[in-house]
Design a binder for this molecule. Structure first.
Ligand code: PEP
Ligand code: MN
Length: 358
């Protein structure tokens, strides 16, 4: 018994030494792979290279003298390689300027006396598209009477069909601006391409980059050069990491006034137009210091369940909500099914009262 105990102790001692050597070697391996990751970033190569990985595995397996089986060795090294690629990504992410550091303060964006990302939550409302003066005037009047100070409406519309209403363009921008000025509201409206950045920023207080344009890096770079606040919507098939990188394009370009907007992603579910990814709100809050708005209209595509979903988005930590409202949704030229009428808008605002003090 004593003999076995002594031998066990010896073996444990040997194991500790080997563990330490393994640890040192793993640290050495990760240091080298992080350097490789940095160089790959510089020349624009992806971190994961399946061909190189299988070459390395082949080499390792050919040198394996046992007693560990080839399968086990393969599994262990695959696990190590995966971890090195993940680690490269961490390295890369920590360099992002939008990334929240332990001492980062929440970024507060001030527009026409309204703070976005501050202590108070905000609501953004208005129709899908700007259609005419009366529509914007009647809708804005109601919104303002409910305490809502940011008016939305598309003048340049990204429509799935080229035959659908494409927006009033500059005429629509003028209507938005005039009505918003009359009611002391701020204007948010979409810019579809980089050539339109000057004209849209002439009328808008906040530019909107739509879901279809989240990957339009030349547009993001152009917006990075100006100082108009921008709300960047998540691509409907974008991961959270891709969304953060898109925001980085604008922020790193010099425009720090970036608001993120979760508007649902495309999944297999058909009961809603998109699937609202509620968990992205607290994740983004942890990862970046930018304000986050949830668009409850485009994520749902329907209005019968908007109240509880809006509540959930605020409970998850969103800095505000965006929704579509129209004084007469039945005649709306786009998204008529999801736009709230004026009574429904009032119901929504009342429902959300605990989160607001207007
Ligand atoms: C919009 O908000 O007007 C819009 C078109 O939304 P999305 O880009 O999210 O589809
Ligand atoms: Mn719409």
């Amino acid at each position: 018994m004593q003999k076995y105990k002594k031998r066990l102790e010896e073996l444990r001692g040997q194991m500790s030494i080997v563990n330490e050597t393994l640890l040192d070697n793993l640290n050495m391996l990760f240091t080298i792979s992080n350097k490789i990751g940095g160089m790959k970033d510089k020349i624009g190569l992806p971190h994961f290279d399946p061909v190189r990985e299988s070459q390395m595995l082949k080499e390792i397996l050919s040198k394996n003298k046992g007693p560990i089986s080839q399968d086990v060795i393969k599994r262990i090294f695959k696990e190590i390689f995966n971890a090195t690629v993940d680690e490269m990504r961490v390295e890369k992410r920590t360099r992002l300027k939008v990334k929240r550091l332990p001492d980062s303060k929440d970024l507060i964006i001030k527009v026409k006396g309204i703070e976005i990302g501050g202590k108070k939550r905000i609501l953004i409302g208005g129709p899908c598209s700007v259609e005419d003066y009366e529509q914007i005037y009647e809708t804005a009047k109601k919104l303002k009477s409910l305490g809502i100070s940011v008016l939305r409406g598309g003048a340049f519309k990204p429509r799935t069909s080229p035959y659908s209403f494409q927006g009033l363009e500059e005429g629509g921008l003028k209507i938005l601006r005039n009505v918003a000025d009359e009611f002391h509201m701020a204007v948010i409206t979409e810019v579809l391409n980089k050539n339109d950045v000057p004209i849209v920023s002439k009328y808008a207080d906040i530019l909107q980059v739509g879901t279809r344009n989240m990957y339009n890096y030349s547009l993001l770079k152009e917006i990075g050069k100006i100082d108009t606040p921008v709300m960047l919507k998540r691509g409907f098939m974008a991961t959270i990491d891709e969304f953060i990188f898109a925001a980085e394009y604008i922020y790193a370009g010099g425009n720090h006034q970036v608001i993120l907007c979760e508007r649902g992603i495309r999944t297999f579910e058909t009961q809603t137009r998109n699937t609202l990814d509620i968990s992205c709100v607290p994740i983004l809050k942890k990862e970046v210091q930018l304000p986050i708005i949830v668009d409850v209209s485009h994520s749902l595509g329907r209005k019968d369940i908007i109240n509880p979903v809006a509540h959930a988005a605020l409970a998850a930590g969103a800095d505000g909500l965006m929704f579509e409202a129209h004084y007469n949704p039945a005649i709306a030229l786009s998204d008529s099914a999801q736009q709230l009428n004026l009574e429904e808008t009032e119901e929504l605002v009342n429902y959300l009262k605990p989160y607001f003090d207007f």
